[in-house]
Ligand binder design. Structure first.
Ligand code: 13P
Length: 232
């Protein structure tokens, strides 16, 4: 199971140094911890067998005239293994499926594992939007690529309003069977208001782990969640 921390634009040097110290004290068997701080804090993290590093975005080109962007090569240089791509908070700023596919290709070229976020905007908007986002990626990359999808219903992010196990299972099963039809072997995470109390709702739905926001800013509860996942 993956516990992927998306700190978003939160935290400071002191927070990250102290959280890493606490995370280093815990022992996990099956839980892979992936920490995705804002770019500038990547050098503060040391990776080990249990803790990996990821970024929250990557440029859609390898280098050049792209003010403010960070390339896959640069992320590799600071030990990132994963990169979140297409988060709804970026899609809502105009990021398109085409840009997302280009970012995924850049990440894959450098051996980074993309965690591609997909999800419907509103509670009752149906699943078409999700599968459009999934297909845009699957149709444009090689089937042997190692990729992870994160199903994040946008309405569930930071709201405390969560879908049912059945609803999440339905989406995860559909993403997996679509991928299988195209000969991909992928994993699917769930994200959106996951905490130490409700995570089993989503593990029961077949999620291979979680993309975590708010809970990662509360170190004790984040650790409780990781331990809970590990004991499942
Ligand atoms: P919350 O866990 O705060 O709902 O955020 C989820 C998320 O957007 C992770 O990428």
């Amino acid at each position: 199971m993956y516990a992927v921390a998306n700190y978003k634009m939160n935290g400071d040097k002191e927070f990250f140094l102290s959280q890493v110290q606490e995370l280093n004290k815990i022992d996990t068997k099956d839980t892979k911890i992936v920490l995705c701080p804002p770019f500038i804090y990547l050098p503060f993290f040391k990776v080990n067998e249990r803790i990996s590093l990821g970024a929250q975005d990557v440029a859609n080109a390898m280098k050049g005239r792209s003010t403010g962007q960070v390339s896959a090569t640069m992320l590799k240089e600071f030990d990132a293994e994963y990169v979140i791509i297409g988060h709804s908070e970026r899609r809502s700023n105009g990021e398109t499926n085409t840009q997302i596919v280009d970012k995924v290709k850049c990440a894959l070229e450098l051996g980074l594992i993309p965690i591609i976020c997909v999800g419907e905007l509103n509670k009752n908007s149906g699943n078409d939007e999700i599968f459009e986002q999934v297909d845009a990626v699957l149709k444009n990359i090689d089937h042997s690529s190692k990729i992870i999808f994160a199903y994040e219903p946008v309405w569930a992010i930071g709201s405390g309003d969560i879908p049912t196990t059945e609803e999440v299972k339905n989406v995860i099963d559909n993403i997996k069977s679509r991928a299988k039809e195209m000969n991909f072997d992928i994993e699917v995470l769930y994200g959106g208001s996951v905490d130490e109390k409700n995570f089993t709702t989503f593990s029961k739905a077949g999620a291979d782990g979680f993309l975590l926001g708010g809970i990662t800013l509360k170190t004790e509860r984040f650790i409780e969640l990781i331990k809970g996942m590990d004991n499942e």
